[in-house]
Design a binder for this molecule. Structure first.
Ligand SMILES: [Zn+2]
Length: 663
């Protein structure tokens, strides 16, 4: 097992950290599967095992972690003047020291420049070569433990050659290409890579973290009592030797003038990076100088962060497109004369809604210059008109749907097309939403697939998914036998998705992912949910009048109710399963290792394991000193005897049923 763990970890290192795969994917998968099987058979999982990267059970909360050494924040420079002032302070401190220590002066001042990544700061603790904790920055003194989440980042080594106690800092990020790929099939696109990474790492369900496919750049050794570095480059080498992913951009320069010209070149190449940065960090390269300069109350005196400003520019507003979404909501989109900002060419930009157009004084801006701002977010934003005069053409608020020409209604700040059943973007929107990852996760079904099948009269609404036939698909453009079969297989597979996914997929107005989960837990089946009374709905936490009415209207409408029935009749009718509940932290089985042996009277061993895992337990195959409980059914043999010898608590069949709350 040790061999397999090491081998898979080594292959991962080459694949994710060095970007230099050593093996073809199928061969890798074979090794990985072998390890999974071995772990299942033996009931042993090493802490550094790569199988721990997929995300385990849902956690009930964060544990606090006290950093071994404080995580400092950095002093900030917004301008070249700020940088020069910092250099001045540093030089003064150095000459004071040198005057007092003429025989042992500090070396010539030199700097190291690194990128300032825009994600979530991570503090990784390794002991005896194994990753034992990972935490957020928090207050700098204590942070939140997020070990299970961080383990899903494949470029972070679970095991390192160095055996001493160390804390290592880096930044958890989401690559922009990964974000774009994720958004292709996400029900609710993530707007910003920083929030996507930070949100994923602070999610109590590590499986969600794993889905986001995060990465990390490592840049500092924060605590290493048995290790001394004399120069930044030594520390950097230490990180690389220990298999950490260090960003290749690191520049050593001799003068602040070189620093400033280097900053310009970072700005110039910023748009080509596959990750967000919001500036650069400048540090003094010599470690002895660092210790002489020391810290203020908040910052090290030997480092400073140079933050890039949000960029603004102006361009011409050429026209406004009104786009219809899944819910019938119209969004005005500004079509702009192409303009480069932050190294990216922008040709359009959302204007949010009618009220926003008024608020930003853009009502008469058509054909005129408008101000565009792009902060570190991917999505640019219109700030307003360049001049105050209303001298442009009017942005006319449409009265009829640009797609189906039915009359629009205004609700709050938004315009809606209510012609749900004959308005193509709404139909395609629902199909795409239904198939998206957060809903039924029909693999390979994108918006363009939805449009193609809709235009060929094969799909009108999600109820039609389950009637699709291979011979209808194979002659479609871009389809063939293989692709048709794959799609049908993916549709068949989606029937195993959980109830909360299905409720979310139904696209009930005002019902998102969270309330879908609430409903799944409360009602247990689609049938029960569709019959819920207003009182029952309002009794749930977070459910108000608007949501309750939306649910009632949805099921009272013969069309939507009919579609739901089609979906259920096709065999897509999941019931709520315990595993979806978050685990109560104080539960008897939470965090405990349990062995099941013998024949249980009311359920099979697999089912019992499933329930125990839902309660936070780890179910293993063999009894050892690490076992907390042994559940014994009829004819329990040697495992029961061993548990008795070791003094492990034995839970008999009847008591077990009571403890898991089934009686
Ligand atoms: Zn319409």
């Amino acid at each position: 097992m040790n061999y397999l763990v090491n081998e898979v970890n080594r292959l991962n290192y080459h694949y994710y950290t060095l970007d230099n795969p050593l093996m073809l994917d199928p061969d890798y998968d074979k090794l990985y599967d072998e390890l999974v099987t071995l772990e299942k058979e033996t009931g042993t999982v090493l802490p550094q095992s790569p199988t721990q990267r997929v995300g385990g059970e849902i956690l009930s909360g964060f544990t606090e972690h006290t950093h071994l050494a404080r995580l400092w924040s950095l002093d900030k420079a917004q301008s070249v003047e700020d940088l020069l002032a910092w250099e001045e302070r540093v030089k003064k401190a150095i000459s004071t020291f040198n005057a007092a220590n003429p025989r042992n002066p500090l070396p010539e001042l030199s700097f190291v420049i690194e990128l300032k990544f825009d994600g979530l700061t991570l503090n990784l603790t390794y002991n005896d070569g194994v990753l034992v904790q990972a935490a957020t920055r928090g207050s700098g003194v204590t942070g939140e433990g997020i070990l299970a989440q961080v383990k899903t980042i494949k470029s972070i080594p679970l095991e390192i050659p160095y055996k001493g106690l160390v804390e290592i800092q880096g930044e958890g990020i989401m690559n922009l290409s990964v974000l774009a790929k994720y958004n292709e099939t996400a029900a609710e696109p993530l707007k910003n890579a920083r929030n996507a990474a930070a949100g994923a790492l602070r999610n109590l369900n590590p499986k969600v973290t794993a889905e986001r496919r995060l990465d990390a750049f490592i840049y500092n050794v924060g605590y290493a009592p048995d290790k001394y570095f004399s120069h930044h480059s030594e520390m950097s080498d230490f990180l690389i030797e220990n298999r950490f992913k260090v960003n290749p951009y690191t520049r050593y320069v001799g003068t602040i003038k070189d620093v400033i010209s280097e900053l310009d070149s970072i700005v110039a190449c910023r748009a080509d990076l596959d990750f967000l940065i919001d500036g650069a960090v400048i540090k003094i390269a010599d470690m002895h100088t660092r210790s002489v300069l020391g810290y203020t109350e908040k910052f090290p005196r030997w480092a400073i962060a140079y933050k890039f400003e949000a960029e603004e520019c102006s361009t011409t507003l050429e026209s406004v497109n009104w786009e219809v979404g899944r819910t019938g909501k119209l969004t005005p989109v500004a079509m702009l004369m192409p303009v480069e900002i932050g190294g990216v060419t922008v040709t359009f930009c959302t204007m949010n809604n009618v009220a926003d157009i008024e608020r930003k004084n853009l009502k008469f801006a058509l054909g005129k210059e408008v101000i565009l701002r792009r902060s570190n977010d991917v999505i640019p934003e219109l700030l307003g008109k360049l001049t105050d005069e209303n001298d442009g053409l009017e942005i006319v608020t449409p009265t009829h749907c640009p797609s189906c020409n039915s009359k629009l209604v205004q609700r709050g700040a938004h315009l809606y097309c209510e012609n749900k059943w004959e308005c193509k973007p709404q139909k395609v929107g629902w199909l795409t939403h239904f198939a998206s990852r957060d809903c039924m996760d029909i693999e390979g079904f994108s918006q363009s697939t939805a449009e193609l099948l809709h235009d060929n009269h094969l799909l009108r609404h999600p109820g039609d998914f389950f009637d699709l036939q291979e011979e209808q698909l194979i002659y479609l453009e871009g389809f063939g036998k293989k692709k048709a079969q794959n799609l049908l297989k993916a549709i068949e597979n989606c029937k195993t998705k959980g109830l909360s996914n299905l409720i979310h997929a139904l696209s009930i107005p005002n019902v998102g992912k969270t309330s879908s989960k609430t409903f799944a837990e409360a009602f247990g089946s689609l049938e029960r949910f569709s019959q819920a009374s207003k009182e029952e709905l309002l009794a749930l936490s977070d459910v108000g009048e608007i949501v309750a009415d939306s649910v009632l209207e949805y099921f009272a409408n013969p069309v939507t109710y009919g579609i739901v029935r089609m979906i259920r009749t096709a065999g897509c009718d999941p019931v709520f399963e315990k595993v979806e509940v978050s685990v109560p932290a104080d539960g008897l089985f939470n965090g405990k290792t349990v062995v099941i042996t013998g024949t249980l009277s009311t359920m099979g061993r697999d089912e019992a394991s499933f329930i125990l895992e839902g309660l936070g337990a780890k179910v293993t195959g063999s009894v050892s000193r690490k076992t907390d409980f042994v559940v014994c059914g009829e004819n329990a043999g040697s495992k029961k005897a061993k548990a008795e010898t070791l003094g492990i608590r034995i839970i008999l069949d009847e008591e077990f049923i009571q403890l898991i709350g089934m009686q």
